[in-house]
Design a protein around this ligand. Structure first.
Ligand SMILES: CC(C)(COP(=O)(O)OP(=O)(O)OC[C@H]1O[C@@H](n2cnc3c(N)ncnc32)[C@H](O)[C@@H]1OP(=O)(O)O)[C@@H](O)C(=O)NCCC(=O)NCCS
Length: 120
């Protein structure tokens, strides 16, 4: 049964950070894995926007403010994204009776979007 959904859009231009802002976001918002993934790509602002949209979509789906670095996007070998929870949020899915967390991300030059669906 679907027990939560969250959708979010992010404007890519807001994620074209200069060096100082990039370092701040790397410390406060993105996981090390997200940073490594994004910065390995030519169009990294699109990736950072997509990851931010995924974090916001997760907040909406769960209906609570999960700290930015407590939820992060990882990738399966096929490229399919997945959400992982860290720190004291590792148990969030179990506590909320969520068995599967679905996430999908898309991005263009201007916009990124993410959808999160929670299944019990
Ligand atoms: C998945 C796919 C359709 C995305 O195509 P696209 O329109 O060029 O890309 P979008 O901007 O809409 O989405 C890109 C995002 O899709 C997600 N994605 C990548 N591979 C994926 C996969 N196999 N399944 C689900 N999502 C995937 C990633 O989050 C990716 O973002 P990233 O490049 O920053 O990691 C394309 O990469 C593809 O055909 N991959 C291989 C085949 C496959 O597994 N297809 C699954 C759908 S049938």
């Amino acid at each position: 049964m679907i027990v939560g959904i969250g959708l979010d859009l992010a404007e890519v231009r807001r994620y074209r950070f200069d060096e100082r802002r990039l370092a701040w976001f790397a410390r406060r918002v993105y996981t090390d894995e997200e940073m490594a993934y994004a910065m390995g790509k030519r169009h990294w602002p699109e990736r950072l926007a997509g990851f931010f949209a995924a974090k916001e979509a997760a907040r909406k789906a769960f209906g609570q403010a999960i700290p930015w670095r407590a939820v992060g996007v990882t990738h399966e070998r096929t490229g399919k994204p997945a959400l992982h929870f860290f720190g004291r949020y590792t148990e969030l899915t179990r506590e909320r009776g969520v068995r599967i967390v679905h996430v999908t991300i898309t991005h263009t030059e201007t916009t990124a979007a993410a959808l999160v669906v929670l299944e019990s």
